[in-house]
Design a protein. Structure first.
Length: 130
């Protein structure tokens, strides 16, 4: 049986494909656009978050989707807890007028969360290889 025919390899491929989809979503949410002439990147989270009150609440749906997919991929409780902390900070601080909008652009909670998931999947792969 070849490596790519093992059930573990199939699970790993599916996890990698899902991670790529989630990283694309995080890109749209946090870093898709750039302010011309600067290195400042922002996404839909920063734009929609400009709408007082409702903007930050609306951005919870895709953020929770990322966390739910991480759970489905087997992320342990401590990783999911860190993701929830990142999302909570994004919501609470993001709700503060002006300061929150700057925080949204700088903090990039969804990118942080996909990085946590990527590290978990990489560690899971490394343990399987040993």
């Amino acid at each position: 049986m070849h490596d790519d025919e093992r059930p573990d390899a199939a699970d790993e491929d599916a996890g990698n494909r899902e991670l790529a989809r989630l990283e694309s979503l995080a890109d749209w949410l946090d870093t898709r656009f750039r302010i011309p002439g600067t290195s400042i990147r922002f996404g839909l989270d920063g734009l929609i978050g400009l709408v007082p009150g409702l903007g930050d609440l609306a951005m919870l749906a895709p953020a929770f989707y990322l966390i739910a997919r991480a759970a489905a991929l087997g992320a342990p409780l401590h990783v999911l807890a860190r993701m929830l902390v990142n999302t909570s900070l994004d919501l609470v601080i993001g709700a503060i007028p002006v300061v929150g909008d700057i925080f949204d652009v700088a903090f990039k909670a969804n990118r942080r969360n996909t990085a946590l998931l990527a590290r978990f999947l990489e560690r899971k792969k490394a343990k399987r290889i040993r």
